[in-house]
Design a binder for this molecule. Sequence first.
Ligand code: GDP
Ligand code: MG
Length: 661
Amino acid sequence: MRGVRGKQNNQQGAGAGAGFAFSFGSSVAKPVSSTAMDAPVPPMPAPLCLVTNEDSVLSLDPAALAVLQEVPQPLVVVAIAGPYRTGKSFLMNRLAQKRIGFPLGPTVRAETKGIWMWCLPHPRRPGVTLVLLDTEGLGDPNKGDSHNDAWIFTLALLLSSTLVYNSIGTIDQKALENLELVTELSEMIRVRDGNKDGNDSVGREDEAEDCEFVRFFPGFVWVVRDFTLELRLGERPITEDEYLEQALELKHGHGRKVQNYNSTRLCLRNYFPTKKCFVLPSPLGTGEQRRMEELPEAALAPGFLQQAAKFCDYVLNTARHKTLPDGRELTGRALCLLLHSYVEAINSGRLPCLEGAAAVMMANENAAAVAAALEAYAKGMRELTLPTEPAELSASHGKHLNEALTIFQRRSFRDRDQEHQRRLMEQISTEYNRLQEENDAASRRRCKTLLIELAQALDTNLARGTYAQPGGYRAYEAERQKLLEGYRQAEDKGPKAEEVLDEFLAERRAEAGAVLKADNALSEVEKQLEDQKQQAQLMEQQQKAAAEREQQLQALLEDERCSHAQNLQALEAKMREEAANAQRELDRALEAKLREHGEMLQRGFNERAALLEQEMAALKREISGSKQDLAANIFDAVRAACDLARVWKISRMSKARGTAV
Ligand SMILES: Nc1nc2c(ncn2[C@@H]2O[C@H](COP(=O)(O)OP(=O)(O)O)[C@@H](O)[C@H]2O)c(=O)[nH]1
Ligand SMILES: [Mg+2]
């Protein structure tokens, strides 16, 4: 069995970016994403090889993974694929706005074949990382191992949010045949793990799955290099997109020849949610053969520069963030997890499963989101110095719980049955309980120390027998009042102030009685009166301690009510956001199918149109299902949160009353 192999790869790009910036046309920046304030991307001076393909094994490079893993921002992932030596790396360097970066054809020796990665701050979207993926050596007979060419192409496609296919000349039958790989995609990817018995060897269970590819696949851009034709259809000038559309026109009929003709075209039409085309003339005069990267910008043909800038503008302005089909944006960590799953499947002879990989990634990320949120809560609460007043502890709990929920919400993915949020709330509750106990203990320690200090004069006088003489009780009582005053004035006693004082007075009850009894200056009646006063004072203190406990219990219940409300609010906001994202993505898929349906009808491909109608009906069912799901989920969330709140309440009340749950 072949496993994923970590491989130390020291190959770097041909050199660090020289900081040469091409100027692209002005553009309107997209709105900054919600996670835009995340830490910026660590500088990556040159591309690294992310996936290598040698000896029929795909390996992930730990150094490149480490870089990608550290990107906490949303990603725009642009991958380029196509025949070798067609200027792919050259074009990607222009997208990076760097003269030197991805190694170009003549500068690399026959070495690594695979996917190179370059992470850069997105030049037009603050807070977003642009990940460029350059595939190397597809179809190059002299380079590496051609066995996994199709896997490299598939991985580039699955990782990207925009896939650029680059070829030279024109989009003719030959060019489309070179792109035959797309027809194999339905044999190489599965949407979901249909085979429940676990025997998921290569082979597809569900032939209809590829109609769902449109929800997972990136936007598609075909770039034609050294283009020499005039963009005309008969007399009519046409756009580049119309040129692509025309090249992808289907033929009528059912024969094998027609099927062969149509197969790649059909896949391109059906799998990709958007299609775009750019034609670039040769950057040099005809027949010139020079290394472009060594030429100054001014030596490149203006037509090439203009078209290349148009391509870069399109990609930088419109390429979408990399998301899951439900619209949730991926970070570098999440993309790494998906990549691991895909490569592991491929190396062990299985097909990458899109939903399976997403589920593993989401579980992993949700667990990490719980840990990060809990850590933030604990860190925030550690700022308090104990003992502190219960109101302060409670306010701090509310503040940091809110922060923790925000962190969790930002970082987590679809959280089935609110399992992870529930776990987070339980762990925060446990931590809050622990802190309260710690605060109680710290309060007891502080109050006891304080009383020992304040009682020093009393104890010294008692030891000296100062109170064992006529008038001693009055002196004792005056000293005791001084002690009580000092205690009341002391700050930061915490939640156990009254309770500890109550215990102190009860402990000293006998002592006060003895001093009173021994004081011969007092008559029996006076002694009785003083004794009653002592008793009343003790009872009053007992009541204060009881009131203190009751007040704290009420505050705890109020804390629970607030936590519960915060939890619910976070759950509902998250669900609404998820539902809106999912709806947007489904709408986008539906739109692509609707467009294709219109074209098929117009061109008389009625069978195809009917098939598309079925696919659209399935998507619409999913859309209405997702709306019902939202309502059901919110209901479930409320119920789950109520259950949790009830458990807390019972446990807190029992704790406060000193009984076991
Ligand atoms: N004719 C032509 N050559 C190009 C173009 N862009 C880059 N080149 C040159 O073609 C060679 C291969 O380029 P490279 O980007 O490494 O191709 P890749 O193998 O597809 O990545 C280099 O010497 C480039 O300078 C282009 O648009 N037309
Ligand atoms: Mg290259």
